[in-house]
Design a protein around this ligand. Sequence first.
Ligand SMILES: C[S@@+](CC[C@H](N)C(=O)[O-])C[C@H]1O[C@@H](n2cnc3c(N)ncnc32)[C@H](O)[C@@H]1O
Length: 358
Amino acid sequence: MPFSLGPEETRAYMSTLDAPAAQLDLLAAVAFRAVGAAARLGVFTELGERERTAGELAAGIGADEHALRLLLEVLVSSGYLTRTDGRYACAPSTRKWLREGVAGSFLPTVSLWQHLLFELWDDLEDTVRAGRPAADFYGWLEDHPGPAAQFQRMLGTLASWLSGEVTELVPVPERGGRLLDVGGGHARYSIAFCERHPGLRARVLDLPAALAAGKEAVEAAGLGERVCLHAHDILADDLGSGYDVALLFNIVHGNRPEQNAALLAAVHRALRPGGVVAVLEQLTDAGSSTDPDAVADEAMIRAFSLNLFHTQGGRIHDRAGIDAMLTGAGFRQPEWSTLRKLPTDHLAVARKPAGDAP
Ligand SMILES: C[S@@+](CC[C@H](N)C(=O)[O-])C[C@H]1O[C@@H](n2cnc3c(N)ncnc32)[C@H](O)[C@@H]1O
């Protein structure tokens, strides 16, 4: 929780420089690590709407009372909990965002960034020194099925929330046709497109661990006949042919430039003439990233971009960069839309010219 400092403290850290501003970030890092520990221990879910003493909480989650109290006090000082007469309770933001099972819970994101920052960022300096990713996110996920499932749950929740708007923006032939969802793991976008277009059939390509989430979602939607899931290395294998629509949602930012060139060429081959590719990405130079009132969004884009390079060799691009990739692969100039629900995210739709070879 961002600290709200008193006027004297603000002056000391920000104008007279009597105190190092980095101390505030040190405290923020401690608070974020403490939030991760509390989430894994089940503190927020156990508290829920209730008030508990440290002893009651320790008994409820199976922890040591003394050590737990020290953790709880960090969470009180950073604003995640309140303490009144020795009884702890969730602060309103914690109650809304950090409980298990609450719709739109932020916990999967907290959990993912705990792994990224406190495990995978261990050798960040090596990446910066060498200009090559020292970590391997998807290799790491393969060995960590818990975080892999949580990663797909986090993406799937976001996709379910955005899919209504996204399906409006991507043109699908009236007859329906065939859709290719490249790196579509949790399958929420394919499901949403098939629900909107009764004649459409979708094929989702992803790594095996990611497809487990997709299988569950497709079964729950009763779309097993129309949405098929295939374990497929999208960076190494051909993507097939004859598709009307290809989705590349949050894929480009994970790849190195030469991988993107090869992938977009494969997508171009996979589409029939006149077919469309839809690219969903954050951008470094559009929407909230140029809005002076969106400081946290801009900071998140920069944090994510550094993480993408360190763990995958990717990065967040600017609009001209994505345009160049698409036109370089043979697509027409894309049309861009900014998502109303999430202005950090932008959708490019580009057509394969109708005269191109199938
Ligand atoms: C950031 S996620 C995006 C998921 C989905 N398209 C969305 O927007 O919610 C990237 C996806 O690409 C998949 N992926 C990464 N590398 C891959 C590869 N070499 N072959 C197949 N899938 C891959 C990941 O498993 C993951 O599901």
